[in-house]
Design a protein around this ligand. Structure first.
Ligand code: AMP
Length: 205
C-alpha cells in the first residue's frame, strides 16, 4: 500500500461548469490542504465592498480576466499562509501562460513543485447547459448566456493551452468530468492514486 502523501500541490483545471469547484473542495479536504479558488476570492471581495472588489467587479461581470499582476499577487499572498505549507488545490488559477510563469516564479525559490494538474474534461455543450442551470440556481451576475460564451471562449483560447505545457511536464491527470458527482470524485481519486498520490483523509471526501 502506498503511504498517504505528505504534501499535495494540485491544480484543478476545466471549463466553467465542469464541476471543478465542487471536486476541488473534496480533493482539498481529503488531502488536508486548503482549496484556493481565485473566482471565489474575487467574488467575496466584491460582496464585501473591499478596494480589490471595486477594482475587479466590472471585469468579472463582463467575463474578462482580471490582470495577471493583481491575480498573481493575490495568489502569492494566499499560498504563503501557513495553512498552505503542505499544499493546496488551486481552482481557477493559473488561467493563462503568464500566470503559469508567475506560479513557477513563486514555487521554485521555495523549492516546491506541483504534484499534479487535474484536468476535468467536459464537452462544451455540457458545460454550457450546466452553467445555464447554475444561473437559475445561484443567480451569479456572470452566468448570463452572453458572458458564459465569452468565458468559455477565453478558456479555450488562453487556459486550455496551459494544459499542453503541464502535459509536457508530465503533470496532467485527465479525468472524464461527465457523470455523477460521486463517479467523477472516484475517478479523480483513482487517477491520483495511480500516480502514488494517496489522500491522508479519504473519509473527509
Ligand atoms: P471563476 O469563478 O473561476 O469562473 O472566476 C470568475 C471570474 O473571476 C472570471 O471570469 C474572471 O473575471 C475572474 N478570475 C478568476 N480567476 C482568475 C484568474 N486566474 N485570472 C484572471 N481572472 C480571474
Amino acid at each position: 500500500m502506498t503511504a498517504p502523501a505528505t504534501h499535495a500541490r494540485f491544480l484543478i483545471v476545466g471549463p466553467q461548469g465542469s464541476g471543478k469547484g465542487t471536486q476541488g473542495i473534496i480533493v482539498a479536504r481529503a488531502f488536508g490542504v486548503p482549496q484556493v479558488a481565485t473566482g471565489d476570492i474575487f467574488r467575496a471581495n466584491v460582496a464585501g465592498g473591499t478596494e480589490l472588489g471595486a477594482r475587479v467587479q466590472a471585469i468579472i461581470e463582463a467575463g474578462n480576466l482580471v490582470p495577471d499582476e493583481l491575480t498573481s499577487e493575490l495568489v502569492r499572498d494566499r499560498l504563503a499562509q501557513p495553512d498552505a505549507a503542505n499544499g493546496f488545490v488551486l481552482d481557477g488559477y493559473p488561467r493563462n501562460r503568464g500566470q503559469v510563469a508567475d506560479l513557477d516564479a513563486f514555487l521554485t525559490p521555495r523549492d516546491e513543485q506541483l504534484d499534479a494538474v487535474i484536468e476535468l474534461a467536459v464537452p462544451r455543450d455540457e458545460s454550457i447547459s450546466r452553467l445555464l442551470q447554475r444561473a437559475t440556481e445561484q443567480g451569479r451576475t456572470d452566468d448570463t448566456e452572453e458572458v458564459i460564451s465569452k468565458r468559455l471562449e477565453i478558456y479555450e483560447r488562453e487556459t486550455a493551452p496551459i494544459l499542453d505545457d503541464y502535459r509536457s511536464r508530465g503533470l496532467v491527470v485527465r479525468v472524464d468530468g461527465v457523470g455523477t458527482l460521486d463517479e467523477v470524485t472516484e475517478r479523480i481519486f483513482s487517477a491520483l492514486a495511480a500516480r502514488g498520490l494517496v489522500a491522508a483523509h479519504p473519509g473527509a471526501a
